[in-house]
Design a protein around this ligand. Structure first.
Ligand SMILES: Cc1cc2nc3c(=O)[nH]c(=O)nc-3n(C[C@H](O)[C@H](O)[C@H](O)COP(=O)(O)OP(=O)(O)OC[C@H]3O[C@@H](n4cnc5c(N)ncnc54)[C@H](O)[C@@H]3O)c2cc1C
Length: 206
């Protein structure tokens, strides 16, 4: 059986699965022996008061294990020999367009004016250390696009064009933490983003 709960707990409870299970036993009357697993579906921080709370939407699995994966996996079939589509730019728009084209059975070829995401790092260092700007590889130009080296947060919650869950799942498939699927303010992290972008590039090339 699966049961879902809206909880308001202390950070140390939210961060520890065993303490979360104990909380469900004591506060919600669940039987400890029946809880096989818990999964956090949504998480937000309430820091308005002196005591900080975490709001959680939690799913408890009773006498059964989760059947679904932690994220939804997209299948990218081989598109060798399929009609070619030129994609200009390997920013987020270009990378996601290329992945979507593969899903649709087309073969994307990306044309990018800047350097790859790792090489860009050296050019960014040159900007801050020597005030020298490479016009083709900088904060705006290069694989990963603008913002790849600024933060890597994912605050978009536009509902007008559908939800962004698919995008978040594709990021997870390419190495982002699954916490981005549950956090109210998801954040990949600039330290992790280059690896995610490289993995996306490898999927496209494969
Ligand atoms: C400093 C900064 C920080 C940001 N921080 C965040 C953030 O934390 N979170 C967030 O969600 N958004 C952030 N953004 C916004 C985000 O970066 C953009 O919304 C996003 O990059 C747009 O994606 P895009 O693919 O449409 O365009 P771009 O990212 O601009 O990608 C365009 C790509 O095309 C390439 N290109 C351009 N001209 C040519 C050409 N003639 N031939 C071949 N290739 C070409 C460029 O090199 C680039 O790689 C930030 C933006 C900036 C500038």
């Amino acid at each position: 059986m699966i049961q879902e709960y809206q909880l308001r707990v202390l950070p140390e409870v939210a961060a520890n699965e065993q303490r979360l299970k104990d909380y469900l036993v004591h506060e919600k009357g669940l039987n400890a022996r029946e809880i096989t697993a818990t999964r956090i579906l949504k998480r937000s921080i309430d820091a308005r008061q002196r005591t900080i709370y975490i709001n959680l939407n939690v799913r408890a699995y009773l006498n059964e294990m989760p059947k679904e994966d932690e994220y939804q996996h997209t299948l990218y079939n081989n598109v060798e020999g399929k009609p070619q589509v030129i994609v200009v730019g390997a920013g987020p728009g270009g990378l996601f367009a290329a992945l979507r084209l593969i899903e649709l059975g087309l073969r994307p070829v990306i044309v990018e004016r800047g350097k790859n995401v790792r090489e860009r790092k050296k050019d960014l260092a040159q900007i801050s250390r020597q005030q020298l700007v490479n016009p083709e590889s900088n904060y705006s130009f290069g694989e990963g696009g603008a913002g790849a080296y600024s933060d890597g947060k994912l605050y978009t919650r536009s509902k007008k064009r559908g939800n962004v869950d698919k995008i978040l799942n594709v990021f997870c498939q390419h190495g982002a933490s699954t916490s981005i699927l549950v956090d109210a303010h998801p954040h990949i992290g600039t330290d992790k983003l280059p690896r995610v972008i490289e993995n996306m590039r490898n999927t496209i090339i494969e």
